[in-house]
Design a protein around this ligand. Structure first.
Ligand code: AMP
Ligand code: ZN
Length: 458
């Protein structure tokens, strides 16, 4: 069975064929670390996680690089406004990001290169582009890419360059209006508003433009030509269009074989984004009682190329499904399915696989799985090993199974009972002694209006 995936640059589903047999090189645009990432960002990162996990399941050895944008317009602005150094801001939010991806069970990348560690590579690339007559120093001292020098400019985003809009309309911002092609900054001359944030270069003090960061880091770590480059659809233009122009312009080689983009997570009909303040961070969702599996379910139950809306109202429904799947998994374990031999899989696995092989059809694959699970649950103790094998495959791709609740030892249960009785007869001294005994066994008691609750002592 072969894996087909939609390639944004050819605008069709294509058979996936890696450059080197059995290996996949993959670059995903990472976070801009000036604030917490929101779950819109995580829709994109969780989609990329699913893609990577599916490639691993298909037997590929995946080399995955995700960059950290730790210098750009937004990070500098935040540093200047908060009076904290760029490093203090970006290191703090990088570490928050790392905690978030661990919590969401995202398979970590092999490397998270930081833009500020690769300024030399960016300068070299800009020098090559100037040498190749594809870039020039503008009247303001910044260096620009001349989009008319690259004949395929616009191929990814389907944008047409009008001669009249060239050069005169170039701006310094990293992001600009959709459908507004223009020469873009590779190196930005130092401005007053940059404070002390600058690097020396052949063009004087300044800093790199955002787009050159990803070209330099991806080529450095994956080579001039690699398999997959991902991002959200908002990255297509101008970011990825510009990455192609700079990369091909400086190496003379094809840059990326498959451009894969996921659609936006929406709120009330518009894109979830920091600038619109219509977002949830993971901390917001943790406070509302969300578990990582339930968030993953909501973000993966829609197809990656359709817009989806995240909803607090759907929490109950997604929690229910996650619990059902987790309970089935632990029931199989209780029946000893994990101790049995054999690699066979049920027939439903073939349908599940063909859904994911068809442009990562996650809603289709989930429907197949849930239908199978419902049937398989009816006589759970038959064909245990094949059920277990499918569950393991399923969880290696979706990561929906919750951790097994910790078992309370019989001895602790007895002590808990004694304490309940002591409390009933208002023997507070005894109740306190029993609390201390229970703590010795590693459990903390909370007395709530619904009775005693146990929590593992961390
Ligand atoms: P940023 O931290 O802004 O550089 O964004 C990191 C990633 O999140 C990029 O790949 C964006 O395309 C993606 N992204 C931003 N907003 C959304 C959204 N509302 N839905 C899905 N992906 C998003
Ligand atoms: Zn990027």
């Amino acid at each position: 069975m072969q894996f087909f995936i939609y390639n944004s640059i050819t605008r069709r589903k294509e058979l996936f064929k890696p450059i080197h047999k059995g290996k996949v090189s993959m670059y995903t645009c990472g976070p801009t670390v000036y604030d917490f990432s929101h779950i819109g960002n995580f829709r994109t990162f969780i989609f990329q996680d699913l893609l990577k996990r599916w490639l691993i399941h298909l037997g590929y050895n995946v080399k995955h690089i995700m960059n950290i944008t730790d210098v750009d317009d937004k990070t500098i602005k935040k540093s200047m406004q908060s009076n904290l150094s760029l490093k203090t801001i970006t290191e703090n939010y990088t570490s928050e990001f790392m905690n978030d991806i661990m919590w969401l069970k995202i398979n970590p990348a092999d490397n998270y290169p930081k833009a500020t560690d690769h300024i030399e590579d960016m300068i070299k690339m800009i020098e090559t582009l100037i040498f190749n007559k594809m870039a020039y120093v503008g009247g303001d001292g910044s260096v620009y890419f001349d989009i008319s020098s690259y004949k395929n400019y616009g191929k990814l985003s389907n944008i047409i360059i009008k001669q009249s809009t060239k050069r005169n309309f170039r701006r310094l911002q990293d992001e600009y209006q959709v459908n507004d092609p223009q020469d873009f900054a590779l190196w930005k001359k130092r401005k007053l508003s940059d404070g002390n944030i600058f690097w020396n270069s052949p063009w004087g003090q300044g800093r790199p433009g955002w787009h050159i960061e990803c070209s330099a880091m991806s080529i450095k770590l994956l080579g001039t030509h690699f398999d997959i480059h991902c991002g959200g659809v908002d990255n297509i233009f101008p970011h990825h269009e510009n990455e192609i122009a700079q990369s091909v312009g400086s190496t003379g080689e094809k840059f990326v074989n498959y451009w894969i983009h996921s659609e936006h997570l929406m709120v009330d009909g518009s894109k979830m984004s920091k600038s619109k303040s219509n977002f949830y961070t993971l901390n917001d969702l943790k406070e509302k009682g969300f578990c990582p599996q339930s968030i993953r379910f909501q973000l993966l139950s829609g197809h990656y190329r359709t817009k989806i809306t995240f909803s607090l109202k759907k929490k109950h429904e997604s929690d229910k499904i996650i619990n059902r799947i987790s309970n089935f998994y632990f029931d199989l374990k209780r029946f000893g399915a994990d101790k049995m031999q054999g690699h066979h899989l049920p027939e439903a696995y073939e349908s599940f696989k063909s859904c994911l092989n068809n442009d990562l059809d996650t809603p289709g694959a989930l429907a197949v799985f849930l239908k199978w699970m419902k049937e398989a649950n009816k006589n759970i103790d038959s064909d245990l090993r094949e059920k277990w094998n499918f569950m393991k495959v399923f969880d290696s791709v979706f990561k929906f199974i919750k951790q097994e609740p910790e078992k309370i030892e019989t001895k602790v249960k007895g002590l808990l009972n004694d304490r309940e009785k002591a409390r009933d007869r208002k023997d507070w001294k005894k109740a306190d002694q029993l609390r201390a005994k229970i703590l010795e066994h590693g459990w903390i008691i909370e007395d709530t209006k619904d009775g005693q609750k146990l929590k593992k002592n961390a």
